[in-house]
Design a protein around this ligand. Structure first.
Ligand SMILES: Cc1cc2nc3c(=O)[nH]c(=O)nc-3n(C[C@H](O)[C@H](O)[C@H](O)COP(=O)(O)O)c2cc1C
Length: 256
């Protein structure tokens, strides 16, 4: 078995770095092969663009998906992208660590998706969702927030972190992954922490233990439910009696 771990944090000594270390240790101890993409340490360039492609289908106009497909077909993708694809296609489980930054993922992680989820190689019209290339693989994201649990609840001032994470997780579903319910650790290193919170370190210790336990019992963790392909008609609209799982898909336009 192979776990690929991705971390998007500029500081290896951060709590996120510590959690990624636990991921490596748990799967290593269990006899799995583990690989790590530490995006900042790799100086992964998150900005997709013409400068990455020596071979061009159209040297005059850079059309991202055309050039991605052209370079995938010709095996001329940038080396760092090809390596990430190899990890994604080789692993059974993907573990992604990041801090919540402005209610989403850090830009380096979004850019990793922009560049690594290559059109023509990782997805195309007949190869996505239920037929995605990563069908049968699983992913879990482990997220820290500076805000506390109450602020990040369904009725909290910051908004529901579970909802903020929906668009972050959906690209993995798009590629075919089964997506575990995310692990979210609140009240880590944010304003309250910096300004002096009581019991901060013991909280981090408890979180570390919880993360270890999460990984050790991962196979029994619930998956996020998504609509299946057959829940949509030939015009790609939700059929009238289909269930709704996504906050972005609904039967009535004003049902928010
Ligand atoms: C650019 C930036 C944006 C942030 N945005 C949020 C946010 O939207 N919500 C939140 O709860 N915390 C936010 N924070 C706080 C981080 O989530 C927090 O510092 C991090 O989870 C702590 O983990 P670490 O100790 O591993 O860095 C932000 C921090 C930075 C630097």
């Amino acid at each position: 078995m192979h776990a690929h771990i991705v971390i998007a944090h500029p500081e290896p000594a951060s709590f996120n770095g510590h959690l990624a270390g636990i991921s490596q240790q748990v799967f290593g101890d269990a006899g799995w092969q583990t690989t790590l993409s530490d995006l900042y340490a790799m100086e992964f360039d998150p900005s997709e663009g013409s400068h990455h492609y020596n071979s061009r289908k159209d040297p005059a106009v850079f059309h991202t998906q055309n050039e991605q497909r052209h370079n995938a077909d010709n095996e001329t993708l940038p080396q760092e992208v090809a390596l990430e694809i190899q990890h994604l296609l080789g692993c059974n489980l993907l573990v992604v660590h990041f801090p919540l930054w402005w209610f989403g993922m850090p830009a380096i992680l979004k850019g990793w998706m922009d560049r690594v989820f290559v059109y023509g190689r990782m997805y195309r019209s007949g190869m996505r969702y239920d037929s995605g290339i990563c069908s049968g693989k699983k992913v879990i994201v482990c997220v820290t927030t500076g805000a506390d649990r109450e602020s990040c609840a369904y009725n909290g001032r910051e908004g529901d972190t579970q909802l903020h994470l929906w668009p972050v997780l959906f690209p993995f579903r798009y590629l075919g992954f089964d997506v575990y319910q995310p692990e979210i650790f609140h009240g880590v290193g944010g304003a309250a922490f910096i300004e002096g919170s009581e019991g901060g370190l013991s909280t981090l210790e408890a979180y570390s233990g919880r993360w270890k336990e999460t990984l050790e019992t991962l196979s029994s963790r619930p998956l996020i439910r998504y609509n299946r392909d057959e829940d949509f008609d030939e015009t790609k609209k939700l059929v009238s009696d289909a269930p709704v799982y996504s906050p972005f898909v609904r039967h009535k336009p004003d049902a928010i």
